[in-house]
Design a protein around this ligand. Structure first.
Ligand code: FUL
Length: 474
């Protein structure tokens, strides 16, 4: 009877193993892996709207309206650097069609403005400042163009391609290209049928290293809201067959969570503004998000495996307003104070198997490139053990993305010397980074269990953060 039972188990095990081997999960490209590590960077909405107090310009604004008095892209880059951001993405062309560079393919550009007697070039200044400060340089370019006379006709697709070519050739390398999916009417009252395939081909040909964002990738997806909040379940996978950016995109819920074991690696990016609007408006000077709010957004974006793209719009001087820079510096301070001392480094790491316990130094060596594969079904877990109780209210988990994303459910236990559970947290996905916060406990053991034998964990960190910063609701 017993033998039969084991035989059954064995057969069952073989089927599971076989089925799991069949799943060939997509993996991130080299560029996507690097992108994941950028974590947090700035978005810059700047253009005629800054001067007209609009969010969506009509495209008929006189070019002279664009006239920053003290534009200084080095100030933006310096503040970004001080804030711990890793790059800047600028609205080179928003829906009003105004180009922040002197494009040959438009007559609605900085060249036609009074600024620097038409000799100015914001993309040039910002790309140089980013280089100087060691920041990635990215470009937002809206296909919707309320100014261009060709918009609404097939010829416009080539105009858009030509503009992208100018950007790649004159201001590269472009780290991230941001395609807004919006598709309204142009000056002739018509909507454009975007040739996404042509746009994608253009980037692939001219700048293959660039990671391209849109609702549906090809490389990075929109998170489905403009509040900066990723799903507590957040897969880096997305099924895109039959979908396009904009109106043809998957539901915002799907974009928020991704598709479990979907067909393409397209991770989520959380775009959100530090102010209520995307562009600068003086009356919002006292509505800048606080450092604490920014930290909360960090927990709900980066802390859920996505990246955070925080918009900080320059004012009419062409400078980041002092309220915004103060909030950014405060945010950086909170982040440094919270994650300054990784308590897990003090413990010993173990891989706990059904019959034995093995040392696993890689899970708390402070290096997210080293990893531990969990090769068995549960019970199969990772443990960090301390000599003395540690006060902990935050644990950070990292899944090893070079092997794809596997974990679909985990349990985290914090225990005392008697192996009593002080805190139990259950969750679904881990992904690049999972920040978990909870009321403080004095624990000697942190134990992580996942149900998927293919899961590979690169790091477990533990912190004691200010209790007022603990995440209160989802
Ligand atoms: C949206 C635009 O319509 C907003 O103006 C803003 O640029 C935001 C980031 O994307 O689609």
């Amino acid at each position: 009877m017993k033998n039969w039972f084991f035989l059954l188990l064995l057969i069952n095990g073989c089927i599971i193993t076989h089925a799991q081997q069949k799943i060939q999960l997509p993996k991130p490209t080299k560029q996507q892996l690097k992108w994941h590590d950028q974590e947090f960077y700035l978005f810059t909405h700047f253009g005629p709207n800054t001067f007209t107090d609009k969010e969506w310009g009509h495209g008929d604004e006189p070019e002279d309206i664009f006239n920053p008095t003290d534009l200084d892209c080095r100030q933006w880059a310096w503040i970004a650097k001080q804030a711990g951001a890793t790059g800047i993405i600028i609205t080179a062309k928003h829906h009003d069609g105004f180009c922040l560079w002197p494009s040959k393919y438009s007559t609605h550009t900085v060249r036609e403005s009074k600024w620097k007697n038409g000799k100015g070039d914001v993309l040039k200044e910002l790309s140089q400042a980013c280089k100087e400060y060691g920041l990635k340089f990215g470009v937002y370019i809206s296909p919707w163009d309320r100014n261009h006379p060709a918009y609404g006709t097939p010829a416009y697709n080539q105009v858009f391609v030509n503009m992208m070519k100018e950007i790649f050739q004159n201001y590269g390398p472009i780290w991230e290209l941001w395609w807004d999916g919006a598709n309204g009417e142009g000056p002739n009252g018509k909507k454009q049928v975007y040739d996404w395939a042509l746009f994608r081909e253009t980037v692939k040909k001219l700048s293959p290293e660039t990671v391209v964002f849109s609702d549906v990738g090809p490389n990075i997806r929109w998170v489905g809201n403009e509040r900066g909040i990723a799903g507590t379940t957040n897969w880096n996978y997305l099924d895109t067959a039959g979908f396009t950016a904009g109106i043809g995109a998957p539901s915002t819920d799907t974009l928020n969570t991704g598709n479990k074991f979907g067909k393409a690696w397209i991770p989520a990016e959380c775009d959100v503004s530090i102010r209520p609007g995307w562009f600068y408006h003086k009356e919002e000077d006292d509505k800048v998000k606080t450092p604490e709010k920014l930290f909360e957004l960090y927990l709900k974006s980066v802390g859920r495996g996505a990246n955070l793209l925080l918009n900080v719009p320059p004012d009419r001087r062409g400078l980041i307003h002092e309220n915004d820079s103060a909030a950014l510096i405060g945010f950086k301070r909170i982040k440094e104070e919270s994650f300054g001392e990784n308590l897990a480094l003090k413990g010993k790491g173990y891989w706990v198997l059904p019959q034995k316990v093995k040392n696993s130094t890689v899970i708390n060596d402070g290096d997210i490139r080293t990893f531990q594969r969990l090769l068995y079904e549960t019970p199969n877990s990772l443990t960090i053990r301390f000599d003395k109780p540690q006060r902990i209210n935050c644990v950070v988990l990292y899944e090893n993305l070079t092997e794809g994303q596997h974990c679909e459910s985990f349990r985290l236990y914090l225990m005392n010397e008697k192996n009593e559970v002080l805190e139990k947290i259950t969750g679904t996905t881990i992904g690049r980074k999972k920040i978990l916060t909870f009321p403080m406990v004095e624990a000697v053991k942190i134990n992580l269990m996942t149900n998927q034998k293919t899961t590979s964990i690169s790091e477990i960190e533990a912190y004691l953060i200010d209790e007022n910063l603990i995440e209160k609701e989802n």
